[in-house]
Design a binder for this molecule. Structure first.
Ligand code: TXA
Ligand code: MG
Length: 318
């Protein structure tokens, strides 16, 4: 079955009502959503993506009233995070409501909740009139999609409908924060920076230890791999990418490769990265040199995605 692409949130919502998954735009990346309360519908997401069942999904809400239907907010700092960052690129991990099936949370007693900040994505969530469980709308292991065409490349004929909302304005996934303890712990770096969170909740910490990362199972899986070898470079003053190779970074390399993208700042780098990976694939390039950005603000999340993409291509892990 050919996938339908529509601009209409109401049309797309009719597929959700019928129990199917729909790819929809958010400001971070496109998601593949299904009614979060229906185990069968959620199961279709895992099949379409080829996603391991042990990797939990984030539940997306369109309005504040829906948060309590999905999880329980039990402390003051979580309320502050919601007030400051919803809608936006932040996912809170809190106690799971018994109404959310275990398929969504991969058996965990916690649930990730996020309210996207995208006019068409929000209109779609409101038209669905239910929270949607949704991972990024790529085949498992591939770069996250930031356009409907990227979704189509991975999932055509695997999902019935894609809602077109243009290019995602942030281009990199949300920050996932564990809010179950006495202070917030960042499980996945993302588009809301540590500095921004610290301004609101000064006690926030980044998960450094393996045991903390184990609490966010997705962190352990292979990720973001384009069909080209990703090579990380710190110093680019001597870099000559050469034939069949591309370069993306904040400064110009010594000589251009077959494709070069110099970004004015880390936000633009993040906004362009996943789309650049897919363009390189389409052009059949075999190597992508990526300059490592400084480890502050959005640079932290960007470094994490670049490292994972490089590990996944150089030493594929299954
Ligand atoms: O920006 C985003 O977060 C995008 C858009 C579509 O909202 N979604 C996204 O979903 O990136 P996904 O499934 O690709 O990544 C979700 C991450 C995974 O690393 C998963 O392990 C973690 O969130 N996660 C979800 N629920 C969790 C939970 N209850 N406890 C710990 N980690 C959780
Ligand atoms: Mg993903």
């Amino acid at each position: 079955m050919e996938t339908l692409v529509t601009d209409s949130p109401v049309h797309a919502a009719s597929f959700i009502a019928a129990g199917y998954p729909v790819a929809f735009p958010t400001e971070t990346v496109y998601g593949l959503g299904a009614n979060a309360f229906l185990p069968d519908a959620v199961g279709k997401i895992f099949i379409a993506k080829g996603r391991p069942a042990d990797n939990p999904l984030i539940v997306h809400v369109g309005r504040h009233d829906d948060i309590d239907r999905v999880g329980s907010i039990t402390n003051a700092y979580t309320r502050s995070l919601i007030e400051s960052f919803f809608p936006g690129p932040l996912t809170i991990v809190v106690g799971r409501s018994p109404d959310v099936p275990l398929q969504v949370t991969a058996g965990l007693d916690t649930v990730g909740i996020r309210m996207p900040d995208h006019p068409i994505g929000r209109a779609f969530l409101l038209a669905c009139d239910t929270p949607l469980a949704a991972p990024s709308a790529n085949l498992s292991g591939r770069p996250s999609p930031t356009t409907w065409t990227a979704v189509y490349d991975d999932l055509n004929e695997r999902v019935p409908c894609i809602l077109n909302g243009g290019q995602s304005s942030v281009g990199l996934e949300s920050t996932v924060v564990d809010c179950t303890g006495d202070r917030p712990v960042i499980l996945r770096t993302g588009a809301t920076s540590l500095e921004d969170i610290r301004d609101v909740v000064p006690t926030v910490v980044a998960a450094a230890e393996e045991s903390d990362l184990g609490r966010s199972p997705g962190q352990l899986h292979r990720h973001y791999a384009p069909r080209a070898t990703v090579i990380l470079v710190d110093n680019i003053s001597d870099l000559h990418p050469g034939k069949q190779a591309a370069y993306i970074g904040l400064e110009s390399p010594a000589s251009p490769g077959d494709k070069t993208l110099v970004c004015p700042d880390t936000s633009t780098y993040a906004f362009r990265l996943f789309d650049f990976f897919r363009q390189c694939e389409r052009q059949g390039l075999t190597k992508i040199y990526c300059q490592m950005p400084p480890a502050s603000g959005m640079g932290r999340a960007l470094r994490d995605r670049l490292q994972r993409a490089a590990e996944a291509t150089v030493q594929p892990r299954v």
